[in-house]
Design a protein around this ligand. Structure first.
Ligand code: GLA
Length: 374
């Protein structure tokens, strides 16, 4: 190779590196009450799709995707300023842990030892306790991957934190792929046997956040069975067939079509707030669910390796939170597809296990894929 060729090659390499680098930017977003710096990472893919993620709670604060005419809107609920996230009781956009969803009475027994966790949801434990993974500062760094721009976040949850045993390291990588996917890769390790169930808690509104309720979104869930609960949203232990119930989303169905039916499970959840048992083998990446908004043409598909998906229809939103565009989020203004293990698994030996043994590495991936149709 002559000198000219080498310098051309160098320039080319440099240009690619700069272009790829430009896909992730970082800016200060605020400070926690104890003075820790919070940064917002902006990921932009080759099509202009953009996700904003911060190192507090590993929260996705914004996700802009095009509608069928190429107009971008932010399709996740959230706040415009950091301080509002300090009171983020709906868990907007967060990574929830150490155990997403509920553990009955905040108790479980592992290796003959009973562990007591905080009860922060009636008599039950919810979403990791008083200070779950959604309320802690993660260590973040940006990555450039072949698939697209990414941010890697790590959190070490100390032995005894919120009552859980073991030093648990959670690593979450968000990649905004050039196939218009928000991909979440979880890697979890521990130095002592423990339980874990991390999930992602974005509230979606494919018509754009702040645009009203999601009852006309048409949803499909790839599940023949769901996890019925008691009045406190704790599983009864049964995995029930969806056939003939308002929980049958095997064929596309508007969220609002049956949500007010006289059904005990819908009453217990105040709407949909249940885990569906995704068809196929846990651990294998498979189609979980899809949502379609006819006004914008936006489609979101959810793929995961997790055994279940909690479909929650924002039943507890009540107009007291003001969102990014200045509008109050009312009941059912967003919905969640939280891919996860079933609630209260530590107390249900028949459910897929949520025990992570000392020295084991748990890996899990979930993909939210965006497209449009006419
Ligand atoms: C999950 C739960 C709901 C509710 C929301 C947050 O989806 O299942 O019951 O706690 O989180 O408000």
């Amino acid at each position: 190779m002559n000198l000219r060729r080498i310098s051309l090659l160098l320039i080319l390499l440099l240009a690619t590196a700069v272009a790829v680098d430009a896909q992730v930017t970082k800016q200060p977003f605020g400070k926690t009450p104890d003075g820790q710096q919070i940064d917002l990472y902006t990921l932009r893919n080759a099509h202009g799709v953009e996700a904003k993620i911060m190192n507090y709670g590993a929260i996705v604060t914004s996700l802009k995707v095009p509608d069928r005419n190429g107009k971008f809107d932010d399709v996740v609920l959230g706040f415009s300023d950091f301080d509002s996230y300090l009171k983020n009781d709906p868990y907007f956009g967060a990574i929830v842990g150490r155990y997403g969803n509920r553990i009955a009475k905040g108790r479980f027994t592992l290796n003959g030892v009973e562990y007591k966790l905080a009860t922060n949801n009636g008599e039950n434990h919810l979403h990791g306790g008083i200070k779950g993974f959604d309320k802690v500062v993660w260590t973040a760094h940006q990555l450039t991957t072949k698939a697209g721009p990414a941010v890697a976040l790590t959190y070490l949850s100390k032995d005894g934190e919120e009552g859980y045993p073991g030093n648990l390291t959670a690593n979450v990588v968000y990649t905004l792929t050039n196939n218009d996917e928000l991909k979440i890769d979880y890697t979890v390790t521990t130095d002592k046997d423990t339980v874990h169930n991390l999930t992602h808690h974005s509230y979606f509104n494919l018509a754009g956040e702040g645009s009203g309720d999601i009852l006309n979104h048409v949803v499909t869930i790839n599940a023949n069975r769901f996890v019925p609960t008691d009045a406190g949203s704790i599983p009864t232990g049964e995995l029930k067939s969806v056939a003939g119930t308002p929980f049958d989303f095997l064929k596309p169905m508007a969220i609002g079509a049956r949500i007010n039916q006289d059904d005990e499970q819908l009453k217990f959840g105040n709407g949909y707030d249940h885990t569906w048992v995704i068809n196929g083998r846990p651990g294998v990446m498979r189609f979980a669910a899809t949502a379609y908004d006819a006004t914008s043409g936006r489609v979101m598909q959810v793929w995961t390796t997790e055994p279940g998906v909690q479909f929650y229809t924002g039943n507890f939103l009540n107009g007291t939170k003001t969102g990014k565009s200045g509008k109050a989020y009312e009941r059912r203004n967003g919905f969640c597809f939280e891919t996860q293990h079933y609630p209260d698994s530590p107390n249900h030996p028949s459910f897929p296990t949520t025990t992570l043994k000392k020295g084991q590495t748990y890996k899990s991936t979930t993909i939210y894929r965006f497209s449009t149709k006419r």
